[in-house]
Design a protein around this ligand. Structure first.
Ligand SMILES: [Zn+2]
Length: 388
């Protein structure tokens, strides 16, 4: 098996997991349907030439996006602060006052709306999986339930094209980006903003709950630069953000003559990958011990965060509802009273905790711990709070 980005055979196994849900971000209307959700395997390999990780067991045909897919993070105040600073930076750095802005894979259009409002321009979202029941978009924002095309680019003539958390789902990222590059051929040189989960941070921090079946790729700064340049873009900026959880790149279509490859970036070697694999094994073992202790002591626990991290935590530990974890807390209203794939926990709002005697709460995203503890104090609750 070779690296899908640089073609190197220097690829090491990171970890394997069977029977994980194909969709972490689809919630089910009953526990029975959740238990029956489609399962598949993770075989995560890392390339030690470019640092790219991918799921060698990925089957594209299993991952067909449909309305009902919800991975919005906009309910968190921590995420909203990040989104505001991102929008400010993009609008100011690239002089987007009154500009047309395109968002490819816009979902509900939350970020696009912020961009259009902040710039005073117009926003155009493209997303075949955008929900038709998401309500009216904000003034100045239009959402198309289709792919972005060359004709769209010519009509809109965007100054900024965003594509956030899409590239990691695609089996041919270079071909996908080259398609965007081609669409923009006749429209000047707009800025393309790309954001993906930071694969290097997952290795560094042992963030095993962040490996999900929906993601074929886990980019390093190096592998992201390789795919962007191979698709005909010039990297203007490439940085980590959101506490190191995201890789963010600003690129422009490259002039063929002036194209120069960016500087080589450091990537993990074999011993670092082996150390990361050992950290992953140890982390899962530690949490399995925790789960069995909870069971033996007759204590009750829940997780806060019904997104993909929470789903993978429950799945890699094999924790089925109703015991030891009956429900998962989440602030996202459209998830409430639906059920998590494969393990069957019901998703409830934070207020639900007031009437339940939960002894321990596992916070799935450490960045949200502060706001969650504040919320618990506000409800007069004092459970033991752990970070996954
Ligand atoms: Zn590689």
């Amino acid at each position: 098996m070779s690296c899908p980005v640089c073609g190197s055979d220097a690829v090491d196994a990171l970890f394997r997991a069977a029977d994980v849900p194909v969709f972490c971000n689809v919630q089910w209307e009953s526990r029975e349907r959740a238990f029956a959700a489609t399962r598949a395997s993770l075989e995560i390999d890392v390339c030690h030439r470019c640092g790219h990780a991918h799921n060698a067991a990925f089957r594209e045909e299993l991952v067909a996006y449909a309305p009902g897919y919800d991975n919005s993070q906009h309910f968190s105040t921590t995420f909203q602060a990040y989104a505001r600073s991102l929008v400010d930076r993009l609008v100011v750095t690239h002089g987007l006052k009154g500009a047309s802005i395109v968002d490819i894979g816009c979902g509900r259009g939350d970020l696009l709306t912020m961009l259009a409002q902040r710039s005073g321009g117009r926003g155009f979202g493209f997303d075949p999986s955008a929900s038709s029941t998401a309500g009216q978009p904000a003034p100045g924002v239009t959402i198309f339930r289709k792919l972005f095309s060359r004709e769209d680019a010519q009509e809109i003539r965007p100054a900024l094209v965003c594509c956030r958390h899409v590239l990691e789902h695609v089996v041919d990222p270079i071909g996908f980006l080259a398609g965007i590059r081609e669409s923009l051929e006749a429209t000047g040189a707009p800025v393309l903003y790309i954001e993906v989960p930071n694969g290097e941070q997952l290795l560094r921090d042992g963030a095993i709950w962040d490996y999900i079946y929906e993601h074929y790729s886990y980019f390093s700064a190096s592998s992201l630069a390789i795919v962007l340049e191979a698709a005909g873009f010039e990297v203007v900026a490439l940085r980590e953000d959101f506490g190191g959880q995201f890789l963010c790149a600003e690129v422009r279509p490259a002039h063929r003559s002036g194209k120069r490859p960016s500087a080589a970036r450091r990537v993990p070697d074999s011993s670092e990958i082996a150390a990361a694999a050992e950290r992953f094994r140890a982390k899962v073992a530690r949490w399995r011990d925790w789960a069995s202790e909870i069971g033996i002591a007759g204590r009750t626990a829940t997780i806060w965060g019904a997104g993909s991290k929470g789903v993978m935590f429950l799945n890699l530990l094999g924790l089925d509802a109703p015991k030891p974890i009956d429900f998962a807390v989440d602030q996202s209203r459209n998830k409430h009273h639906r059920f998590l794939a494969v393990r069957g926990q019901e998703i409830v709002p934070p207020e639900h905790l007031a009437g339940s005697n939960v002894d321990e709460i596992v916070v799935m995203n450490p960045l949200y711990r502060g706001e969650i503890e504040e919320r618990l104090r506000g409800m007069g609750l004092d459970p033991r709070v752990l970070t996954a």
